[in-house]
Design a protein. Structure first.
Length: 395
C-alpha cells in the first residue's frame, strides 16, 4: 500500500501536479526508504510514463542517482551528527531528496522539450552506413564491391575472386587448376566512412572490416608466413595452420597468430591501438622497440604512444559489437562516442564551448539514422545541431 502511494506521488511529481504537501511527503518517504533496489524500481516504474522506454542511455539512470544520493546521506550522517545532531541530518536528507527529484526533473524537462531540438537535427539527417567497399587488384584496376554482381568478379593467377549472394567476397583456388607460384599479387579492400565489408581470404580466414578501414593481402599466401596489413578496425577468424603463422601489420604493431579470433582497432584518431582476443592466442609486437606480449582469450592489449603495451581484461561484447551491427557503449565519454558516429555516418564533428564530461552506457543498433542516435544522447543535457555534413556538439 505504501509503495502504491509512493508511486502515485512520483507520478504526480513527474506530471507537475503534486501539491506542496505531496511534494514534502514524497521527500520524507524517499529519506525513509531503506531499500535502494525498491526505491529504484518505484522511480523507474513512475518515470516510464514520461520518458521513452527504448532509450538505452536511460537504463540505470535512477539507480545511479540513488547510489549518489545514498552516499551523500551517509556522508551527512557521519559529519553533521557531530555538529548539530539529528535535526540537521533530517534537513540534509530533505535537501538530498529534493536534489534527486531535481535531477529527474531535468530529464523530464528535456523529454518534454526535445521536439524543438529534434526538428533541427532531423532537418538535415544522415543515413546509417552499410556494405560498401572498393577492391583494388594487383594490376591497379578497381571494383566497387557494393555495385558488383554476384558470381566471379576477377581471376588472378589461378585464384578466383567471387561475390556471394550475402555480399561476401571470397578468394578460392579451384581444385582443377594449379595456382601460379610466381610473383605475389597483392589486393586491397578499402571501406569508406559509412561502409563495412566481409572477405574470405585464400587460406579460408574470414575478415570483417569496419567503417573507414582497409586490408592489404596476397591473392594467394606463399612462403613461411601469411601476412596482411590493416588500417582502422578489422575482426579476424584465422584458419588454423601451425606450419604457416598468420601476421597482421597495423599502425606501429604486428600481431602473430596460428589460428584464432581477434579484433584490432588501430584508427589513427584513437588514443591507442587495441587488440582484443576472443579465442586462441596471439602475440602482439611493437614495431619500434622490442616490447611484445602474449594474450589469452578474454584479454586485450593497449599499445599506447608512450611506447608500452598494457594488458587488461577485455570487454569482448563491447569490442566486437560493431561486427554484430551494434553500437555498444560502456562508460564512454562523448568524444569516444562521436568518433564512432563520424566514421559510421560519414560526418565531421565539431565541438562548441566546453566538451561535456559525463559518461554514457547503452546499446543501439547501427541501422538507425543519425538523428535517432543523437536524440537518445540529448536526454543528458548534450545538444546537437547539423550543418552540411557536420554535427556540432554543445553542452
Amino acid at each position: 500500500m505504501r509503495n502504491e502511494h509512493l508511486t502515485t506521488l512520483f507520478q504526480k511529481y513527474f506530471g507537475k501536479t503534486a501539491s506542496l504537501e505531496e511534494h514534502d511527503e514524497l521527500m520524507m518517504l524517499i529519506t525513509q526508504m531503506e531499500s535502494d533496489e525498491e526505491l529504484s524500481r518505484l522511480m523507474e516504474k513512475s518515470f516510464e510514463s514520461f520518458a521513452p522506454s527504448k532509450n538505452p542511455f536511460l537504463e540505470g539512470t535512477s539507480k545511479s542517482m540513488i547510489e549518489n544520493i545514498r552516499a551523500g546521506i551517509a556522508s551527512a550522517e557521519r559529519v553533521d551528527i557531530l555538529k548539530t545532531g539529528r535535526a540537521k541530518i533530517r534537513l540534509w536528507k530533505y535537501a538530498a531528496a529534493a536534489s534527486i527529484l531535481f535531477c529527474l526533473g531535468i530529464s523530464l524537462y528535456i523529454v518534454a522539450n526535445k521536439n524543438r531540438q529534434n526538428d533541427q537535427i532531423i532537418a538535415t539527417d544522415f543515413k546509417p552506413g552499410g556494405d560498401k567497399a572498393t577492391l583494388t587488384l594487383s594490376n591497379g584496376s578497381t571494383i566497387v564491391l557494393n555495385d558488383a554482381k554476384n558470381g566471379t568478379i576477377a581471376n588472378q593467377s589461378g585464384i578466383s575472386v567471387s561475390k556471394t549472394k550475402a555480399g561476401e567476397i571470397v578468394y578460392s583456388a579451384p581444385s582443377s587448376k594449379k595456382v601460379d607460384d610466381g610473383k605475389i599479387l597483392y589486393n586491397t579492400i578499402i571501406t569508406p566512412r559509412g561502409g563495412q565489408y566481409q572477405v574470405v581470404l585464400a587460406d579460408g580466414s574470414k575478415v570483417w572490416l569496419n567503417a573507414y578501414s582497409s586490408i592489404k593481402f596476397p591473392a594467394a599466401f606463399r612462403g613461411r608466413f601469411r601476412e596482411v596489413e590493416t588500417t582502422g578496425e578489422v575482426y579476424f577468424e584465422v584458419a588454423k595452420n601451425k606450419a604457416k603463422p598468420f601476421k597482421v601489420k597495423s599502425r606501429n604493431q604486428v600481431v602473430e597468430v596460428l589460428g584464432t579470433h581477434f579484433n584490432i582497432n588501430s584508427y589513427a584518431d584513437e588514443p591507442e591501438i587495441r587488440t582484443t582476443l576472443i579465442e586462441g592466442a596471439v602475440k602482439v609486437h611493437r614495431t619500434n622497440n622490442n616490447i611484445s606480449t602474449v594474450l589469452i582469450p578474454g584479454q586485450e592489449a593497449l599499445n599506447n604512444p608512450a611506447g608500452s603495451i598494457l594488458v587488461r581484461p577485455a570487454d569482448i561484447e563491447q569490442a566486437i559489437a560493431w561486427k554484430s551491427g551494434l553500437f555498444q557503449i560502456n562508460d564512454a565519454d562523448i568524444e569516444t562516442i562521436m568518433r564512432q558516429v563520424s566514421r559510421w555516418y560519414d560526418v565531421e564533428i565539431e565541438y562548441q564551448g566546453k566538451i561535456p564530461k559525463r559518461k554514457f552506457s547503452g546499446k543501439i543498433k547501427r541501422d538507425v539514422k543519425a538523428s535517432e542516435f543523437l536524440e537518445m544522447l540529448s536526454f543528458f543535457d548534450v545538444h546537437f545541431s547539423m550543418q552540411g555534413r557536420k554535427i556540432i556538439v554543445k553542452k
